[in-house]
Write a protein that binds this ligand. Sequence first.
Ligand SMILES: Nc1ncnc2c1ncn2[C@@H]1O[C@H](COP(=O)(O)OP(=O)(O)OP(=O)(O)O)[C@@H](O)[C@H]1O
Ligand SMILES: [Mg+2]
Length: 323
Amino acid sequence: MAAAPTQPEQFRGIPNIAEALRQQGYVADREVATAIHLSVVLHKPLLIEGAAGVGKTEVAKVMAQAIGTDLIRLQCYEGLDVHTALYEWNYQRQMLRIKLEEATGRPVEEKEQVIFSEPFLLKRPLLQAITAERAPVLLIDEVDRADEEFEAFLLEVLSDFQVSIPEIGTVRARHIPHVVLTSNRTRELSDALRRRCLYLWIDYPSFEKELTIVRAKVPEINERLARQICGFMQLVRTVPLAKVPGIAETLDWSAALMALHYEHLDPGAVEETLGCLCKDQEDLVRIRAHYVRPILDAVDAASGDGWTPERVGQLAAQLPRAR
Ligand SMILES: Nc1ncnc2c1ncn2[C@@H]1O[C@H](COP(=O)(O)OP(=O)(O)OP(=O)(O)O)[C@@H](O)[C@H]1O
Ligand SMILES: [Mg+2]
């Protein structure tokens, strides 16, 4: 049996997890910290879903940094096959060895045994994670992009943490990795995969959460500008857009405004930097034509109030209707 991962010191208890992630620059609300806690305690993979740019992948990265262990990343895409994910034989090295062995009189079976042994394996992410010396964080990123057959194979690996290599035998995990899967929901994942995982949904951040993130990631920003940016983001996300901006866009936009020495938001500043938060041509045209000024007016009007979801709803209701 593989050794279950011991609970890392930094991850004892939900407040400690939130603090450990904060030290790595990740703002984790209680839901996120609780999901990580349960995933670590129950040794279950954590499946994270949410819109683009809300901080799914980052969870795995900061977990690894916080625990001080390796991050092993398997980036999924259409057509990803088992060999790319698990292992391949190092053909060049095998060929070289065959050449070197030519002169020796060793029986063919023996030669085969040599070239199909562990030193001739190229370990890909899943095998790396299984054979790691200490429990790594295994990030299976954008699993929805992989094919269903690959998902079925993943299920096997995630249930047993062992793989069978015909020429070598069964390789069992020395330490069960901390597994994080992310999905953007481009297709539905199977029930079987969901059942095997704990689930975390990351929504677009509240005003307060996003403000905390901006302060943490762009510390030199002035408070007024940071609040205006976060208010703008709350409202722009209520507009029907092809690509709703995530936290990545908020951070890029903040950095761009700082680089251009803007102290506060005005129509000129927004116009000039709109490409940082709008990544779609039609969205760009629509926001420029109909929303920049109304949103800025709403942000100014709301500056003294709190940005509760109800308040965001009221302000959004006053924006022009989608065309
Ligand atoms: N809670 C957070 N605290 C600090 N930074 C965050 C947080 N959430 C997101 N970010 C920042 O936002 C950016 C985008 O995050 P990330 O890449 O994890 O998003 P994602 O959900 O995986 O997006 P995609 O679906 O496009 O892959 C990163 O630069 C990350 O640092
Ligand atoms: Mg991601």
